[in-house]
Design a protein. Structure first.
Length: 206
């Protein structure tokens, strides 16, 4: 079951790139990727999220991780440095070029097509930072959830950090994971501060 903390309802009022552009390839132009890759603030923010993800995972070093939506490799690099075997996945080749420059192991592909990209029960855990909010359609989220279940070992873990538009969107996604046989909790850091709020789905395969 999912542990749910009762709090006042919230909804993000500002428009964000995933709502304006709809597709990451439309937003992340070569110029935007260069800006993103050089951003020290973005790098530090993603590193903090990666360390929090590892804290929630609680897996021994050496475990095999799949980092969905790895981008230029800010989070993937943290997992590698912390002693995990990690493969990053992203749909944008220009992002992956930046990750490869760091010597990271990455693969180009759509996170909605995981069974076509990886073997069954290949990973101890699946992680993701700041990417899931780009997937909006229920059918696409269902494909992602099913694919994650496919690539995870029995008892495998999952921690996804993302930016849902509202509590309604958050619980809609959480219920789809529950329907596919996951159990766990929704973790909300800084729940009463919209600017610092960070939301994580932390769960395992039953």
């Amino acid at each position: 079951m999912f542990m749910v903390e009762k709090r006042k309802k919230w909804k993000v009022k500002i428009e964000r790139p995933e709502e304006v552009y709809g597709d990451p390839s439309s937003y992340y132009t070569e110029e935007e990727i260069e800006r993103y890759a050089r951003s020290g603030g973005m790098k530090r923010a993603q590193e903090r999220i990666a360390h929090r993800i590892l804290e929630l995972l609680g897996l021994k070093k050496g475990s095999k991780l799949l980092d969905l939506g790895c981008g230029v490799g800010f989070t993937t690099e943290v997992y590698r440095k912390e002693g995990y075997e990690v493969i990053g996945l992203d749909i944008l080749p220009k992002m992956l070029e930046k990750a490869k420059e760091k010597g990271l192991k990455v693969k180009e592909g759509d996170m909605r097509e995981l069974p076509k990209l990886f073997e069954r029960e290949e990973f101890d855990a699946v992680v993701s930072a700041s990417a899931l909010q780009w997937i909006k359609e229920r059918e696409d989220i269902e494909k992602l959830v099913s694919g994650i279940r496919y690539v995870l070992k029995k008892g495998g873990k999952l921690v996804i950090q993302f930016y849902p538009k509202s509590q309604k969107e958050l619980w809609r996604v959480a219920r789809l994971f529950k329907k596919e046989g996951f159990e766990g909790e929704v973790v909300i850091d800084n729940p009463d501060n919209p600017r610092k709020r960070r939301i994580y789905l932390s769960m395992r395969v039953k």
